[in-house]
Ligand binder design. Structure first.
Ligand code: ZN
Length: 205
């Protein structure tokens, strides 16, 4: 099982991180299976960072084997989604980026891929390109987005990625974060929603 993630997929988030580059292709990176954090288990802040950001994202689970999938057929390759958090060691990422080095480890560390409970797409409206989602931190909404705002939509991402990497059953795709990213602190209570369905609920320790 692999975790594929998309960077810089919402214009407002790119602005807050001061990315001005206009992208013609999606920015793709991966996380290892050891990064998964599920079943509401707590997230422990690692010792190598003092600036761990939450990035709240729609997550799609692949349910068929596929290679070089045409965009118009991509919807056949998933039927369950959830909300997840792509935890990012922003200080480490910025240091690596300044040196022109790959920033993989700032995204791929243990427990950096929090994942909620999956629901069938039709349970949350049925339209992959119109899913509103949000993160509440300590009961207050801190990130809000809608999949309609993605620069590269889910089907385009699947088509693009599958040119390079065969998609397998159970692979996960983190589809990028809207604006509002910020650091977590010990004791924070994080709850993720698609529409009014709470699918993610855990604490930072
Ligand atoms: Zn992300």
């Amino acid at each position: 099982m692999k975790i594929i993630a998309v960077g810089m997929n919402y214009a407002a988030h790119n602005k807050e991180l001061h990315h001005t580059l206009e992208q013609k292709e999606p920015v793709i990176f991966m996380k290892p299976d050891s990064s998964l954090l599920k079943d509401g288990k707590p997230f422990f802040i690692p010792d190598f960072s003092s600036e761990i950001h939450y990035e709240t994202e729609i997550v799609v689970r692949i349910n068929r084997l596929g290679k070089s999938i045409a965009e118009r057929f991509a919807h056949r390759y998933y039927d369950e989604i959830t909300v997840g958090i792509d935890f990012t060691a922003r200080d480490l990422q910025n240091r690596l980026r300044e040196k022109g080095m790959p920033w993989e480890i700032s995204k791929a560390f243990d427990n950096s891929a929090a994942i909620g409970t999956f629901v069938r797409l039709d349970e949350v409206g049925g339209d992959i390109n119109n899913l509103s989602f949000r993160l509440e931190k300590n009961g207050k909404a801190v990130q809000q987005g809608n999949s309609s705002e993605m620069l590269f939509k889910v089907d385009a991402i699947i088509s693009y990625v599958s040119r390079f990497c065969t998609l397998k059953i159970g692979d996960l795709i983190y589809t990028g974060t809207p604006s509002g990213v910020a650091p977590v602190a010990i004791g924070d209570h994080l709850q993720g929603y698609i529409g009014e369905r709470k699918l993610l609920d855990f604490f930072v320790r």
